[in-house]
Design a protein around this ligand. Structure first.
Ligand code: DLL
Length: 470
């Protein structure tokens, strides 16, 4: 068993170089620090409880290396830095972060598929992808090391939610291109917990496994957690489940929803944040204090900017979150404008972690909707309609009923379609539903309405009515 480099949280506070610390596999680490069966407080205390100075030093070293790597390997970064008159020599520490240009979602889309890949393809072991218009997806690449680091981030989140190797981690996030399932699955493996790779859907089977296998930590979107909670109540099996915690993210949710899920399932519910472009869930995670999510600063540098001017704002200001990966090999991302609005805080946390915290997300600066955990852009719906010969007059109506999202798309028939037989119109409705399901990854309720029945606007068209109060 390799034990060198294992240090207590206190020794890391004394400014020891964090880069020098080597980690053993999760279990060895845990046994060495805590012994079998004892509750773990942190997965990697050296990182999670590092002093500000030690973390800043590690971030600076990693950031400088990442910029050099991105510049050397990716023509896009070379060109965008050249436009600002920059070379890697100008980037000497994290203080130089704001010199770099921003990266937008459009930049990522235009680089599809391999434009931002920074290692030879033979080193890539995995891809994940965002949902999006065909051909315009963002594809993120991972080397083996990238996956291991991502797993660490998610393992930290599980431990912060009270998890250990003794837990049964029930992962009901979707598996596949979506990062939710693979991310939490990886974290649970890293920790050494028993992992149930349930994926989403088939609620009856979820509850059956939960009861039979004694799931203790549930990972899924908050809206699915609310649905599962309702179903558990309806089936009268609340006393048969052993859940103690939930790790819920990928979409906005409120404190009210948190308390409701906690009461119904008898658990403590923790928020988790992440995005495909940056790696997936685990960019930040909530701790026992439940007042925001600790950012894994040894892997990601965060800034808040004014979304209109791009000016960097001081901690405590509300603005758009900009993220930079500082330890990614395959897909380094420099100053990505997430479009997510939040506040960063360095207020000391009672959990003992010193990692910067981001508050609950307060909205987005673009028109992306997150419905049942799936990212939906109105432009995707427009694409389906235009391809199907419909007019681009449509209305998306989203609501939240009993903590579950409802999603309806009203579509105007053209005058020619309107004179079709009822049977033909019904067939059109099912066809449209199938195309939308295939484009979006979720099914809206499709309602065909008479020509010119959707209100026209003289200004910016209103395409979305979001009645959710989050
Ligand atoms: O949603 C990754 C993830 C999976 C996070 C599982 C947490 C749990 P994307 O599909 O790329 O990745 O969507 C990213 O989802 O920019 C936010 O707008 C939103 N989002 C993610 N987490 C939260 C959260 C995953 N905790 C986009 N609260 C992000 C509110 C969230 N919104």
């Amino acid at each position: 068993m390799r034990m060198e480099g294992l240090v207590s949280p206190d020794s890391s506070r004394r400014g020891r170089s964090l880069e020098a610390v080597h980690y053993t596999q999760g279990n060895l680490w845990k046994n060495a620090l805590f012994g079998y069966g004892e509750a773990m407080k942190y997965f990697q205390p050296d990182r999670e409880c590092a002093s500000y100075d030690a973390m800043r030093q590690l971030q600076s070293e990693r950031f400088v290396k990442t910029v050099r790597h991105a510049y050397d390997a990716v023509p896009f970064y070379r060109e965008s830095m050249a436009k600002k008159g920059l070379t890697p020599e100008d980037i000497r520490s994290l203080d130089d972060l704001s010199k770099l240009p921003f990266l937008s979602k459009d930049d990522l889309r235009e680089s599809y598929p391999y434009g931002l890949l920074a290692v030879p393809r033979s080193r890539v072991v995995r891809i994940q992808s965002t949902s999006g218009t065909t051909g315009k997806r963002v594809v993120a690449f991972y080397t083996q090391t990238d996956i291991e680091r991502w797993d660490e981030c998610c393992a930290r989140a599980i431990v912060a939610a009270g998890g250990s190797r003794d837990d049964v981690v029930h992962v009901s996030y979707g598996y596949g291109l979506f990062t939710g399932g693979p991310g939490l699955n990886g974290g649970s493996h890293k920790l050494g917990s028993m992992t149930l790779p349930m994926s989403s859907g088939n609620t009856e089977r979820q509850i059956q496994f939960m009861c039979d296998l004694g799931s203790t930590i549930l990972c899924c979107t908050p809206s699915y957690a609310a649905y599962l909670a309702e179903s558990v109540m309806q089936q009268g099996v609340r006393d048969k489940i052993a859940l103690k915690a939930g790790i819920f993210g990928a979409e906005a949710w409120s404190e009210e929803m948190r308390r409701d899920i906690e009461d119904k399932l008898g658990i403590k519910a923790y928020d988790i944040y992440g995005l495909t472009e940056i790696s997936g869930p685990g960019v930040s995670f909530e701790c026992s204090e439940q007042t925001g999510m600790h950012i894994n600063e040894d892997y990601f540098a965060a800034e808040i900017i004014d979304p209109h001017t791009g000016e960097v704002l001081p901690d405590g200001s509300k603005g758009e979150l900009v993220l930079t990966t500082i330890a990614k090999e395959a897909f380094p991302i420099l100053r990505y404008r997430t479009r997510d609005i939040c506040v960063l805080s360095r207020k000391p946390c009672s959990c003992g972690r010193t990692l910067l915290k981001m508050g609950r997300l307060m909205g987005r600066t673009d028109d992306m909707l997150i419905i049942r955990g799936v990212n939906v852009f109105p432009s995707q719906i427009e694409t389906v309609l235009l391809k199907g010969g419909y007019s681009p007059n449509y209305l998306i109506i989203v609501d939240r009923v009993n903590h579950s999202d409802t999603f309806e798309v009203q579509v105007e028939l053209t005058p020619e379609m309107f004179s079709d037989t009822v049977r033909k119109i019904a067939a059109r409705e099912s066809e449209l539903l199938a195309s939308m399901r295939s484009m979006l990854g979720i099914s809206p309720k499709v309602t065909l309405v008479a020509p010119r029945s959707i209100a026209r606007s003289e200004g910016k068209a209103v395409r979305v009515i979001d009645k959710r109060k989050i």
